[in-house]
Design a protein around this ligand. Structure first.
Ligand code: RUQ
Ligand code: CUA
Ligand code: CA
Length: 634
């Protein structure tokens, strides 16, 4: 570890277990820095430097130039933001029911979310952390995005043509599914230049198969590979330590996860007892070969093939499926530089960032390098509590400093030169105060070959005094920073509903969203109002319904008490923005259909009377008049 006086204040000490225990509060809470920062950092405000890429303020009617995908945290959704304005455009429900669209209420969404034998939802809570999109030729291709659910170890796929979740997969034998990243191309077939796999890191170690065993030395974690198309789990790797964040290389050959718990401790004191932890590298082609050759086992009732990635089984680099690179104490975050050369692990409990050269990692797997730690080309001090890193495509990295409430901009080549011994190499370029305690960070197009170095978004975990107080629960503060010049310029604060976590943002041209559905997307579509009506099969009744503003078809229908009613509804309005809602009073039913969308609900007609079903989504001058009667006869 190197520590130049000129680049980092002397108070930046390596946090030992005892020091951190004493100052434990500093690791979880925040300093009481006032809004007007008096620290050493320069924090120019828009307009004072005149070197900004643009304003975060758009004129009425002006469109944003970037799409942003934000994970919603324990609201279980993904949000779509326009950047640089920071305006929220949509929430895409995934793991948690949503009242606006009826997610978790319609039969179609329940099927995606997963149900119990009685038809009710298996899970109604979620915890999304990381959202990443599919790649082609090193840039986003607008097909899919994926997001993790930490609580129940599920991965959701979002179709980026309709901005909807279309599949959810549960990872077997995994608890605390944290990091997720799609591959960027195939490791062997050069023709497959797009995402075909999604890698998922298991954070918590558990007995495998799970059983109430107290001896934590028997616990292990799994790293999982999910097929991007079928969403089936292809294989898993049993590892020592745990997985935190995940990164993938541009050639498809490597994936990595930082490990903060190489100690495999069950309590935090034990999790931070070692001075160094690791970044584990996965050799994807070798793992797939081992799976092909059947060098696998299975765990419990799961049929997913599991290969052995423990240290003991991977000592010989020439046959190793994985390699463990040592990095300082409890690292957090691993990010791939857009030039494809490096993965960077931030130190969290160490004030450093570690730069690992991927060509050297491949050399190690080829037996050309003896010690895997010789793949480290820099380990430099940045500040206190480094967490995540973004890139501008001009050789600079931007790392959040959680404890310092700062973003530090540093030059990767200079850091490598400094690490090599050039004490004149100035790698820290700039620092800026953020408000407060930043976690994730990302730059426009950051982890793509097209990193454009224009904007930086910072997810601040504490907003404290930045917004009007609204009681004890604070809005989070997402800040946007102009990084087009030498110095960073803070452009705007955006309050966001808790608790967004990670995000990516990219040029709007990369997406081609459709605003009207295709009727053929839905096998149950009622394509013509003439097909609307009631059919009965014993106590099972099917109501086929269509809508065209301002009327439902049929406008009334009869069922009998005790019938199991399935109502299938197609919105036949094919004009963009013409969404209708369908609510049935006292039956707990309310969902929408967008233009040419079909959705259905199933309920038991258990109350007798007249029930006015009505449109809940403002659609027409006669929106209030858009209603009909359901008669439930005794
Ligand atoms: S981790 S604040 Cu859940 Cu994304 Cu780093
Ligand atoms: Cu249809 Cu309002
Ligand atoms: Ca540790």
């Amino acid at each position: 570890m190197t520590s130049p006086e000129s680049q980092t204040p002397s108070r930046r000490l390596f946090l030992s277990t005892s020091a951190a225990a004493v100052a434990g509060v500093g690791l979880v809470a925040c300093s009481d820095k006032p809004a007007t920062a008096t620290g050493a950092a320069s924090a120019p405000v828009l307009g004072t430097t005149g070197q900004h890429a643009g304003s975060a303020h758009l004129k009425p009617g002006e469109l944003d130039t970037y799409y942003g995908l934000w994970s919603g945290g324990h609201t279980g959704d993904v949000r779509v933001l326009g950047l640089p304005s920071g305006r929220e455009l949509l929430r895409i429900p995934c793991f948690v029911p949503d009242a606006l669209v009826g997610w978790g209420h319609t039969n179609e969404s329940k099927k995606i979310m997963g149900t119990k034998a009685d038809g009710s939802l298996r899970y109604t809570v979620g915890d999304t952390h990381h959202v990443h999109a599919s790649y082609k030729d090193g840039n986003y291709d607008g097909r899919y995005a994926w997001v993790n659910d930490k609580i129940n170890s599920r991965v959701a796929r979002i179709r980026l043509d309709y901005f909807v979740c279309d599949k959810i997969t549960k990872l077997p034998n995994v608890q605390g599914f944290h990091g997720i990243f799609p591959d960027k191309r195939d490791p062997v077939d050069a023709a497959v230049n797009y995402t075909t796999r999604v890698f998922c890191g298991g954070e918590f170690s558990i007995p495998l198969p799970n059983a109430p065993i107290e001896d934590d030395t028997k616990y292990r974690s799994l790293f999982s590979c999910v097929d991007a198309e079928t969403m089936e789990v292809r294989w898993q790797v049993l590892i020592d330590g745990n997985c935190d964040l995940v990164a993938t290389s541009y050639d498809g050959k490597l994936a990595a996860a930082n490990q903060y718990n190489t100690e495999m401790g069950a309590r935090y004191e034990n999790m931070m007892s070692a001075e160094r932890d690791a970044c584990i590298f996965y050799n994807i082609a070798r793992i797939e070969q081992a799976v092909k050759e059947g060098k696998v086992k299975t765990i419990g009732s799961s049929k997913v093939p599991v290969v052995d990635g423990t240290r003991e089984a991977n000592k010989d680099p020439k046959t190793a499926l994985v390699g463990y690179v040592s990095v300082p104490k409890n690292p957090h975050g691993v990010n791939a530089s857009p030039d494809g050369k490096y993965f960077i692990c931030a130190g969290k409990l160490s004030p450093t960032a570690t730069v690992i050269e991927l060509a050297k990692v491949l050399d190690w797997f080829d037996g050309k390098i003896d010690k895997i730690d010789d793949t480290i080309v820099a380990e430099v001090e940045l500040g206190l509590g480094p967490l995540h890193t973004a890139f501008d495509g001009r050789g600079n990295a931007y790392t959040t400093l959680f404890l310092d409430s700062q973003v530090v901009k540093w030059n990767v080549d200079q850091a490598i030169a400094f690490h090599k011994g050039d004490k004149n190499a100035k790698y820290v370029v700039d620092r800026i105060d953020v408000h407060y305690q930043p976690g994730h960070i990302n730059a426009s197009q950051s982890e793509t070959v097209a990193a454009d170095g224009k904007y930086l978004c910072v997810g601040c975990k504490f907003s404290k005094d930045r917004f009007l107080p609204v009681g004890p629960l604070h809005a989070e503060n997402e800040q946007i920073i102009d990084i087009s010049g030498e110095k960073m310029v803070l452009l705007a604060d955006h309050p966001v509903r808790g608790e967004p976590h990670d995000f990516v943002f990219f040029k709007r041209e990369l997406l081609k969203p459709k605003q009207v559905y295709d009727l053929d997307e839905f096998p149950l579509a009622v394509k013509d109002p003439k097909d609307a009506g009631v059919t009965r099969n014993g106590r099972k009744v099917t109501v086929r319904m269509t809508s065209q503003a301002p009327a439902f078809e049929p406008r009334e229908f009869k069922v009998r008490r005790g019938d199991e009613v399935t109502l299938i509804w197609t919105n036949l309005d094919k004009i963009q923005d013409l969404t209708h809602g369908l609510a049935i009073p006292d039956y707990n039913i309310n969902f929408i259909t967008n233009p040419l969308e079909t959705a259905s609900v199933t309920f038991t007609a258990d109350q007798v009377g007249v029930f006015w079903y009505y449109c809940t989504h403002f659609c027409h001058a006669l929106h209030l008049e858009m209603r009909g009667r359901m008669y439930v006869e005794a």
